[in-house]
Each structure stands twice: as structure tokens, then as C-alpha cells.
Write a protein that binds this ligand. Sequence first.
Ligand code: NOJ
Ligand code: CA
Length: 560
Amino acid sequence: MSTPELTVAAPAQDETPGSEWWRTAVIYQIYPRSFADTNGDGIGDLAGVTAHLDDLQELGVDAIWLSPFQRSPQKDAGYDVSDYCDVDPLFGTLADFDAMLAASHARGIRIIVDLVPNHSSDQHVWFQEALAAAPGSRERARYMFRDGTGIDGDLPPNNWESVFGGPAWTRTTDPDGRPGQWYLHLFDTSQPDFDWSNEEVREEFRRVLRFWLDRGADGFRVDVAHGLVKEAGLPDYTPDPDAGSMGGDEASVPYWGQPGVHEIYRDWHEVLAEYDGDRALCAEAWLPTIAKTSLWVRPDEMHQAFNFEYLETDWDAAALRAVVTESLRAYPAVGAPSTWVLSNHDVVRHASRLALTAENPQGSGIGPKSEGQPIPEVGLRRARAATSVMLALPGSAYLYQGEELGLPEVIDLPDEARQDPTWFRTKGERYGRDGCRVPIPWAAEAPAYGFSPDGESWLPQPAEWATLARDVQQDRPDSTLSLYRDLLAERRARSLGSGKLAWIDDLGPEVLAFTNSGVTVIANLGEAAVPLPEGRVILSSGPVDAGSIPADTTVWLEQS
Ligand code: NOJ
Ligand code: CA
């Protein structure tokens, strides 16, 4: 193959960002129940996080985002909070949280707490008080109670559907046993929505923010940040059946992305600004365009928003270039960094998703009967190549626990093991998210692969995971763990997070290529090998030899 000459375009963005840590940080998501269990009940805990901080430091991450560990009946794996200012006994105590935070900070790792403000658990004292109180009372005004329609109010107030399937309204029973009002729950019946037009709700969440900020939290990941405000009058709405369950593809939805949310986050921004150390808010907001999402991170609102448009982009060079270009235009235009993410606890792990050949709406998961089953080797190759692109991009990147081991989605979980409310509420029509939540393997030979001392695991782990355990990958230079370590070390050493990206056009339609801070990144997304330009290979996502880059492979080059 002949060696190509490269032409580098002008940088795609030229603003001068600030120096706050969250602009460039690599943030590692811990899903506590599946990370590490220390007391043998088969559910990960905060002590398990503390026990593995050295591993995370060695991996090279800047911060940890912990999915909910607050007190909860666990109907939606902790996204149903009954006490926002306490640790669920399943995960430990506030003292365990404090110890974990102190040990993280001692290693230079920041801690981001998950905050769930759209809804509480139905076991929250406020909701229990609301059920016991009369229609029109102060207690009911904290949630979205409405009279029903139809004869005797036996039909729901409108036609909204729950994200997890089925109606978004549940009728209550009055203390005298008669059917009463209905309450709104965009998610499970056990997750009633707050009424954010109520100042008492706003004041309570300021208190919750301060509670965790006072304990030293460096910021919050804000759950369903696009859902807090509902359109006045609660008009009927029928979702697009092909759109993701959290919106994202739909232009105008009466419960997603309403303009009233901006005022709430401006208020929170001020609360965080009272504290030292650049505390940050990150929005989980599934909105239809990057331009719209960028409005959430204007200078006085959130600091970051997840880039789900990037996560949802197919393994296609032109599509990826378009989404990166738009991200590096829209976010810096409002003074914010772009973020990048490929996996989390709600989507099919990218080591499987990138090899799917059928549509898979967000939150649906895949199971044994799903169409377009991925080929594991192709998925892993693409995942390694995709992460090697992501970690070369300027801005802040999110990793999801286990992706550094190349874990695939667990597709063949037995039906009786599944726990996601989506599975139950759709009567098995959508598999849901359990397949990306299986406890991670630390040690090939240990019970539960080192996840739990006596071999317990709240979801069964596949037999093949022995070969993916962390200890097996630890010293192998070609392992996925070693690749992640190298990517993170080079990213940090070369300050790629604060660099500028410039595209390279010469390498053909199936190649994505750019420079950032002296590193030339070339990803071959096509089926045929492409020539490798001159230069020293810093790292590559797969084997590269004889002057060519094979299919589904990314190379970082240093050119003299
Ligand atoms: C988004 C969370 O990431 C997801 O896991 C949860 O089910 C919903 N929000 C409801 O809180
Ligand atoms: Ca435990």
C-alpha cells in the first residue's frame, strides 16, 4: 500500500474555554449494585467502591459518578428514592459514603452524586402524607394529583404513557376505600412525579443539594433533567413508536424539555456557586438536537449535558464526523465543553450495540429473541476502535463500569432473573436494561469472579466472563484494560481534553481522521484495510502491521 499524505483542515473550534476540571475530565460511572460486594449479599456496596479505588486510580480516571445509593425500596434500582439525605442500608451508611469520598479525594478522584428530582419513591414520606391527605391539600400539591375523566372519574386525566410501558397515571384509593384521584408517574407506579411549580419542592431540593455539597460532593448527575416541568394543561400526547422511550427523537413533547426547566437549573447553579472547588451539574436530558441540548449548558445553567446524540450514532464515518462537528460547534458556542459517552446503565453496552444489525430504541435492551444479534468479535473490535476515537476528542468523556474490560451486553439472561420494570410493564415485549447491569468480573478464579465473597450475584454472570476478568487482563498488553489505561494516560499526558480538533480529509469515505494536540487519530470504519500514514504509532485499538490499518481499527500516530 502506498503511504498517504495528510492535509489538516483549520481547527473546528476556536473558543478559549475555562480551566475548570469538568471541562476535560474522564468520569467513570459506578453502578453501585453491580460494582463490588463486600458483605456477601450479592449486591455491590459503598465499601466495595472504596476497596477498588486503587484500581480506578491506576486506570486513570478523574472522577466517579455513582448511580443512586440513597435510601430506596429499589423498585427501579435506586432511581426511586425514599430519603434523599441518607444511604440505603443495602449500600452501607453515611459514614461509608464519607469514607469513600475521603479516600477518593485522597487519590485526586472527584465524586459526582446522582440526584433524582423528577420523581420520588411512593415510599417517600411526602407521598405517603399525600395519599393520606385530601384532594387540594398542601400535601397533594407536592405531586401531580388530578381528578379522573369519564363517568365517576374512572379514566386517567390524559393519555400519557409511562416510559416503562403502560399508562402514566395510577388511581388512588381514598381512606374510606372508595376510588380517588389519579397521580402522574412518567416511570413506574412506584415513582410519582413531583410538581415543580410548587416552591416547597424547589426549596426541598436546594436543601438536598446543600446536604451532599456540605459532605464534599463535587457535583451531581441530574436524572431525567428534561422531565421536571410539564406543559400547562397536560395536553394529550401520543409518542412516536420509533423514538427512544426517554424522548430524544421527538421535537415537541408536553413532558420533555419544556422551557420552564431552565429557571430551575439557574437556581441550582447559584447554589453550587456558593461552594468552592468548581462543583458541577450534568444533565441527563434526551433532547431532539444538539443545538437544543446546548441551551441547557449556557453559562448560568448546567455545566455539562450527556451527549446522547453521540452515543446513538451508528458506526459510520460520515455520521460520526457530523455529530462530532456539530457538538464542537454547539457546546463551545455557549461556553460549555462537549461531553462524550458510549455506554451507561440504560443502553445496550457498546461492545454489543455497535455490531447490532437491527434498530434498538434506547432502553429496550436485547435478549435471546431480538433481531439483529451482534457477532461478539465484531462488537469488541468496534468498541475498542470507538473508545479510541472518543478518548481523543476535546471535552469531557464518560465511561461505564466494565467497558474497560470489553464487557458485552448479557443477552441470554433467564427470564426469571430479569428485574427491570420495563420487562414487567411491557410483559416481556421489551427486555429492558438488565443485560448491561450484570455484576462485573474482577478475578477469574474467585467466586462470582471476585464480585462477591461467597459467590452471590443479584444477576447471574455468564461463564465466558472468566476470560474477561480484570486480573486476567491486568498484565496483558493487548487486553482491553491495557488499551483503556494507555488511552487515558496518553490523553492526560498530551492534554487532549483541552485540545482542538482539526479534520483530515484524504483517507476516503470510510475513514474518520483528525488531529488533536499533535496526535493524528485515524479510525477505519470500513471493511477493507487502508494505508497507514508515516509516523510513530502511539497506540492502536487492534493489531496494525504491514503499513495498513485493518477494518474497525483506530490508530493514534505522532507525525514528525
Ligand atoms: C434515567 C435513569 O438513568 C434510569 O435508569 C431510570 O430508570 C430513569 N431515569 C428513571 O429515574
Ligand atoms: Ca453488599
